[in-house]
Each structure stands twice: as structure tokens, then as C-alpha cells.
Ligand binder design. Structure first.
Ligand code: DGY
Length: 310
């Protein structure tokens, strides 16, 4: 039976699918493996099921050996995977698009509501037992009706966020190349009341939101990031918030994940969540099962369901 190395816990439903295709070894470590551990763990594997915190590259393939046929990333984003290096070694790469669209869009919109309606601040106030009473000027947020949402990256998740925003009475603009609401990136920054990031992390989008981009945003605008942390220059974001250049930020992902820029941690105009975009039972199960089916298909000599082409 071929060895299938799974780098972190996955739901039983996915283990069952894998078990029909090979001998499944799930890493017992309840943490990301170090590079050395990952390479040792993958040795002799025909398939590696990896997570977004794993570096899945040519060195991993070399450590696994010539039997490696497929690397299945349990995420839609694959900035942690060196697809060309794996393709060069004849290894198929797969990801998990589609199944996490709604969950991620829900979380993005939840963060958008949390930051614009100051939910984190309100929660902290109550938990700290600070005395309070209702009054008309208390913890006022910013309404969404008639406001403009700027979507950077109008893929499946961006479009799902746009659908939700429309239901809340927002106008949508995006920096995609064509279609209704398409504007330049600069215009998007200048016009949006909320900028929501949904582009993949690539060399071109690393620090897309830098000091200049933040300066171009309206002083009352909010930033929401549910894609990948390094799309935002976190130090520049902290500077911009300190200088009052934007009104707030809601972040699910971090530049040096799992660490968070310390200056953001103490700020009331920041809402933080620990990479929970796809974190529902249904979605995480669907992601893992899709990854498992991709592995099973490749090991059986069939085409994978969701391949990432080099
Ligand atoms: C992804 O799939 O890329 C998310 O970041 C984790 O679900």
C-alpha cells in the first residue's frame, strides 16, 4: 500500500477516504512540523496531505523520494506550495477551491460588521466590568447602507462577499479588470468606505496594502483582510491607525502568522480573529475530504478533481 503522509489532524471522513487508497500516517504532533520533521515524516510517501503552514516544495519532494505522486494542500490558497518545483519532479498539486467560499465570505462579512459596529470594543468593555449605561452617543459605529465596499480580488470569495454586501445596501466596486464596478486599484482605495482583500498572495500582491495604499484610503475607511497576512504591511497598518489615516481594520490573517504585530493587539480600532475564514465543521470537513479524494484519484491513476496547474 502506498504511504499517505498527513501533516496535521484531519476529520475522520477524510481519513476514511484516504484509508481506501493507502496507509495513512497522520502526524501526531499538535503543531506545525519543522522543516526537518516534515521532510523526515514525508520520507517514502506517495502522497502528502499538507496544511497552509507547511512549506511544500522541491526539497520536500526530494525528501519524500521518487515515489511521491501528489501533494494535496488543504486550502484554496497555495502560496505555501512551490508548484513549478513539484511539477518538475512529476508531482501533481491540488488545492480545495469552491468548498470554502461561503464560509470565508461569511467570516469576512462578520469581521466587517464587527469592526464597523465596534463589537470587539463593546465586548471588552463588558468583560472588564466597566460601568456603562445606554446613551445616544455611546459606542457609535458606522452604518453600511449606501456605503461603498471595495473588493480587491473578485474571485469566487470576493463575489460571495459582494453578494452579502449588496444585501446590506452597499455599492460594490472592485479592482478586477472588467465588469460592472471595475475601477483602478487607486480609485478603489480613494472611494471605498471598506476595503476587503480577497486576492491570492503572490509576489505582486505582497504588501499590496502598504503605507502609500493606506494613505490613499479615506480617513473614515476600514480594512478587512481574510486572504493572506503578507498582502498587508502590518507595521505600516499600525502606523496608519496610530496616525488616524484610516478608521479601523479587521484581520483574520497575519503577516508573520501566528504572531500579530504587537502594536495592533492593544488597539480598540482593530478586530482580530485567528485564521478562521473556513473554520466551520461542514467546510473544514469538505476541504479535507476534497483533498483526500484528490489523493485517491491520483494514486488510482485518475485525474485529480481540483489540480493546481504549474
Ligand atoms: C485557504 O483555504 O486558503 C484558507 O486560508 C484556509 O481555509
Amino acid at each position: 500500500m502506498p504511504k499517505i503522509a498527513v501533516t496535521r489532524w484531519i476529520p475522520d471522513e477524510a481519513v476514511k477516504v484516504l484509508a481506501e487508497a493507502g496507509d495513512v500516517a497522520v502526524s501526531p504532533a499538535d503543531r506545525p512540523l519543522t522543516t526537518a520533521e516534515l521532510h523526515e515524516f514525508a520520507a517514502g510517501a506517495s502522497a502528502v496531505v499538507g496544511m497552509l503552514h507547511d512549506r511544500l516544495d522541491g526539497a520536500l519532494a526530494d525528501a519524500a523520494g521518487p515515489g511521491l505522486k501528489v501533494v494535496a494542500n488543504v486550502a484554496v490558497g497555495y502560496d505555501n506550495v512551490d508548484v513549478p518545483a513539484l511539477a518538475e519532479r512529476g508531482v501533481v498539486v491540488t488545492n480545495t477551491p469552491g468548498v470554502l467560499t461561503d464560509a470565508t465570505a461569511d467570516l469576512a462579512f462578520g469581521l466587517l460588521l464587527a469592526i464597523t459596529r465596534r463589537l470587539g470594543e463593546g465586548e471588552r468593555l463588558l468583560r472588564s466590568r466597566t460601568p456603562w449605561s445606554f446613551h445616544l452617543g455611546f459606542l457609535l459605529g458606522s452604518g453600511l447602507q449606501g456605503k461603498t465596499l471595495g473588493i480587491v480580488g473578485l474571485g469566487e470569495i470576493g463575489r460571495a462577499v459582494a453578494k452579502r454586501a449588496e444585501a446590506f445596501g452597499m455599492s460594490i466596486i472592485h479592482s478586477g479588470r472588467s465588469g460592472r464596478g471595475s475601477v483602478s486599484f487607486q480609485e478603489l482605495l480613494e472611494r471605498s468606505d471598506v476595503v476587503s482583500l480577497h486576492c491570492p498572495l503572490t509576489p505582486e500582491t505582497r504588501h499590496l496594502i502598504d503605507a502609500a495604499a493606506l494613505r490613499a484610503m479615506k480617513p473614515g475607511a476600514y480594512l478587512v483582510n481574510t486572504t493572506r497576512g503578507p498582502v498587508v504591511d502590518e507595521a505600516a497598518l499600525a502606523d496608519a491607525l496610530e496616525a488616524g489615516e484610516i478608521a479601523g481594520a479587521a484581520l483574520d490573517v497575519f503577516e508573520h502568522e501566528p504572531d500579530v504585530e504587537p502594536r495592533l493587539l492593544g488597539r480598540d480600532d482593530v478586530v482580530l480573529s485567528p485564521h478562521l475564514g473556513s473554520a466551520t465543521v461542514e467546510t473544514r470537513t469538505a476541504m479535507a475530504v476534497l483533498a483526500a479524494r484528490n489523493v485517491a484519484a491520483v494514486l488510482a491513476g485518475r485525474p485529480p478533481l481540483t489540480e493546481v496547474k504549474p
